[in-house]
Design a protein around this ligand. Sequence first.
Ligand code: FMN
Length: 414
Amino acid sequence: MPDETLGTKRILLIIGGGIAAYKCLDLIRRLRERGAAVRCVMTQAAQEFVTPLSVGALSADHVFTDLFDRQDEQDVGHIRLSREADLIVVAPATADLMAKLAGGLANDLASAVLLATDKPVLMAPAMNPRMWQHPATSRNLATLKGDGVAFVGPNSGEMAESGEAGPGRMAEPLEIVAAIEAMLGKRSGQLAGRRIIVTSGPTHEPIDPVRYIANRSSGRQGHALAGALARLGAEVHLVSGPVSIADPAGVSVTHVESARQMRDAVEGLLPADAGIFVAAVADWRPETETGEKIKKKKGEAAPALQLTENPDILAGVGHHGKRPALVVGFAAETQDLLDNARAKLDRKGADMIVANDVSHDSGVGPGGVMGGARNRVVIVGRDGHEAWPEMSKDEVASRLAALIAETLEKKTAR
Ligand SMILES: Cc1cc2nc3c(=O)[nH]c(=O)nc-3n(C[C@H](O)[C@H](O)[C@H](O)COP(=O)(O)O)c2cc1C
């Protein structure tokens, strides 16, 4: 059970009419677990997606749906509803609700409450990427931000509509909880105070001053995960191999080239609460690195490359005297995914292995997992495994960050 970080706080949750409304049921549960009192307003459209019965059962309070309900207006009234809260959360915030508040409309209970409130407002937008990117929505977003409305998300990823992907997915319930905690000054996020090391990208193993052995890792998954952990409030130290993508926001980054440099950087960052090893570290490196460029000489045979084993960074940390409470490894496999991941769990001293099928015919595409934008992972833990559907690497990152936060909470009850 999480800490009562929101004990005594009253949250008015306005549920808009989008498919993501189902996530609100989990959000209500998460908020109540943390001690918050949650009272809900549902738009008429929201009731097409989830029922007031479910919302009322989870919030353990009356659900408000109608501006002109005589009984509700007598008992509580829309002005009191908007005032008797410490924070108003709109999730999902539809394009329509954003437009209404930006334009000052108040023709239903949700919009009237939003216009009548003097309390902080947090919106979690959720909509089709084209709706989100429409100039009208961008204008409304800028207006609302200017009016002091706070936002969490949206994330990029797959839409409920098949074949659609892009920005517009509602933030995950735990991300919304973290944003609420930050706004109410309780904690700056579920991972606040946690120090987490993440590795990402490939390594380059030098042959001579100009040549090296590399792999196809882009660093997209590791970088996305580092960013997602930072958004949950963690102090994230990313050790990145050579990549062509930007450093994630809010993360301290050490850039390295080779496996040995990566190992030294990681060990220098211990102790930590968690170590998440996403990097595709080269298993082998050339035994000798020549100081001069190897010259091609006419008539001479091609030079033979003698390889030697690189340090195993995950196993090193998994068995380290300063082992973090949570050690997670990534396993890129092309065959026998589960068996190999389970074996790795023991051999490396890890708590969890995130296995992904990087074979060219994995069906994850375009471009496959290595270097591509999408991923399909199986989470292998000591108590079993869970296969997640194919999704964007950003979505894997936010789900994984939430799972890491929960696992750390269980492992090291504070
Ligand atoms: C199946 C379906 C899914 C929808 N999903 C969304 C959505 O995710 N985001 C959104 O802004 N509107 C979505 N809409 C449109 C809204 O439901 C519509 O604009 C409605 O008037 C919003 O009302 P509200 O803002 O009062 O909740 C969807 C409509 C349908 C029929």
